[in-house]
Write a protein that binds this ligand. Sequence first.
Ligand SMILES: [Zn+2]
Length: 168
Amino acid sequence: MNTPTYEPERFHSAEYLAVLDEQSSPMLFKISKIALKSMRHAAETGYPLEICGLLIGKVTDTGWQVHDVRPVANLNKQRAADRFELDPAAYQAIDRELRGTGTEIIGVYHSHPDCPAKPSPTDLNSAWEGFAYPIISVCDGQAAAVQCWAVNNAGNGFQSISIEEQTS
Ligand SMILES: [Zn+2]
């Protein structure tokens, strides 16, 4: 269980540190063990490329309740090792499918191959307010840390969100 972790120099740069909001959020990210496991598995299967997918569930007063996770193609082929670009057609299809179900798309997960589970400035540029952004660190092909993030009220950084694993 001793997975090595990697933290490239850029994660210590002022540009990267500026993306992290020191204040943590009281909101919770609730997800079943099975759904969490499937995100970790997808991250390992896609390694060394970055994978991404959608989180389906409900947003409540206390945070995010995930019901399902759906892998979506990463359209960024040029820099698939460290960038992701969700397939918009897949997004729209899932969004349509969810109409009337009482659930919706509540966030986006993606992996960081051989990098920590911390958001990058690029992640902030593409992030939407109100969405949950779990990041799965994959080191040497093994899923390591998973951390969840959400854009702060000012829109200029990510706050860390506690993950609550549910057995059912
Ligand atoms: Zn990222």
